[in-house]
Ligand binder design. Sequence first.
Ligand code: TLP
Length: 344
Amino acid sequence: MRLVDLRSDTITKPTPAMRRAMAEAEVGDDVFGEDPTVNRLEEMAAERLGKEAAMFVASGTMGNLVSLLAQCNRGDEVILGDMCHTFLYEQGGIAALGGIHPRPIPNQPDGTLELQQIEMAIRPDNVHFPRTRLIALENTHNRCYGAPLTVEYMHAVGELARRHGLKVHVDGARIFNAAIALNVDVRDLVADADSVTFCLSKGLAAPVGSIVCGTREFIAEARRARKVVGGGMRQAGVLAAAGIVALTEMVDRLAEDHANARRLAEGLANIKGISIDPGQVKTNIVYFEVTHETMTPQELVERLNAEGVRMLAIGPRRIRAVTNYHVSAEDIEYALSVFSKVLG
Ligand code: TLP
């Protein structure tokens, strides 16, 4: 049976070139700073994002956590979106492990935070309040239809932050999807960020790992934070080698994932029992509502799964599909035919 796995881009497996690079990787003890492959990946990543320095971490969650640990003191407040990954899906780690107070404000459907609402959330100097330290943005925005946040918006938040003496962190788990979708240099997207996390193991198909970027001073602090959360890896070059292939060979092809996501959305718009606005799909993430009279998203997902099409039911009405390296245009046609069969 054909298998079309659209649950996430995290399901991607390493490419043959990655496996070769991993097998042949030169390694050393990275806690001593002696793994040449990790060092090369970090240099490449920093250069690619236009930052002074970078650090390899185990996951996107770890990247966000150590970035905030490095930039905030206990009791400091971070302004973030109520739909962002750090607030919803990271176990409240910034609070649990860092004593950092989250101040969620509403994410707009396009993934942005309204500038005025950010400004209103900044605390005045008063003995009753925590100190606002940082604004966190997510680009692309996972829960907001994979929306890419524009260069202009990122600059506007950067300008606002500087005016108030605040730092900016960008959860750029899928920042290259944003750059490709907007047809801009990724450097311009993160120029205003004091720290950025991006993932090698989502659309870029590396088996493990994310990168944190920023100034040399920030990375030195983030390295301390990574060590205390147990993220000091030793011969990590075997993993970093795949990351190097991810950065050099896998970025430009993300455009295919975006085209497939659009194809899927347009096809779904013609299927009874589904509600979707295909215009909302700008990258590789597709959300749609199940409006069928009797079938719940959970039941629909189970029926699709029985035919080899995998997606995730999110909440009482929605399903998420994420296109990725292992999903072709023909797979999308197949998935749509299964939808017609199951709902028709
Ligand atoms: N997202 C995963 C799930 O955790 C929901 C997915 O399937 O989309 N930031 C963003 C925007 C993310 O989407 C994710 C993972 C992370 C951070 C965390 O990355 P990992 O899974 O590497 O810790």
